[in-house]
Design a protein around this ligand. Structure first.
Ligand code: FE2
Length: 214
């Protein structure tokens, strides 16, 4: 996989589907704001913050991992991690998603959680109980799956974990369509939009750190 340059990683990636392709689960209006305003804003702010500094040479992955926990780079980390998280999140969804995961991923889910449904329930519980803004993730820790949640912009790659799947639980991801009913958004996305093939693809990339870019 080619190393992603900062120039490429700071460009707003197109959605992997049209803005209305996830309706009625996620409306075109939500995607228009979420991708066209929020995601774009993280990238534009990040570009301004790193322009002319030594950070301008880093890839998006490097920006996230090298500024995590650094008190002098909080704004860079927040915007870089949000750019990474959204790039990844779009690919975790697809029209007519849901259904059953591919066999290798299904076996891992059954080994850790007993069943696919139990694993999905963990993801939903994790996302529902994330206080305030954040993300719920299915990650690989060593050889085992784990469901975790992160607050605000935080990203599992800073903990050495490999993200397989995420769901955005910032209100901007669902408020226009579901108002305060976060569980309804989560249930619908996991049932109808979850891109299991993308999660399984991330599972197979044993030799490479996960990259958010296509
Ligand atoms: Fe978001």
């Amino acid at each position: 996989m080619a190393i992603e340059t900062t120039t490429a990683s700071l460009r707003l990636p197109p959605l992997p589907y049209s803005e209305n392709a996830l309706e009625p689960i996620i409306s075109a209006r939500t995607l228009s704001f979420h991708h066209g305003k929020h995601h774009r804003s993280y990238l534009e702010t990040l570009s301004k913050l790193i322009a002319g500094t030594e950070l301008a040479e880093l890839s998006l992955d490097e920006l996230v991992t090298q500024t995590a926990g650094k008190t002098d780079h909080v704004a860079v980390f927040n915007n870089a991690a949000q750019a990474w998280n959204h790039r990844f999140y779009w690919r975790c969804l697809k029209p007519k998603g849901g259904g059953n995961p591919p066999p290798a991923l299904k076996q891992k889910m059954e080994a850790t959680y007993g069943s696919v449904e139990a694993c999905k329930r963990q993801l939903i519980d994790s996302a529902v109980t994330q206080f305030g803004s954040g993300w719920s993730w299915l990650v690989l820790e060593g050889a085992h799956l784990k469901v975790i949640k992160t607050g605000n912009a935080d990203n599992p790659i800073t903990q050495g974990l490999r993200p397989l799947f995420t769901i955005d639980v910032w209100e901007h991801a669902y408020y226009l369509d579901y108002q305060n009913e976060r569980p309804k958004y989560l249930e619908a996305v996991l049932k109808k939009l979850l891109n299991w093939e993308f999660a399984a693809e991330n599972l197979r990339q044993e030799a490479h750190p996960i990259r958010a870019a296509a």
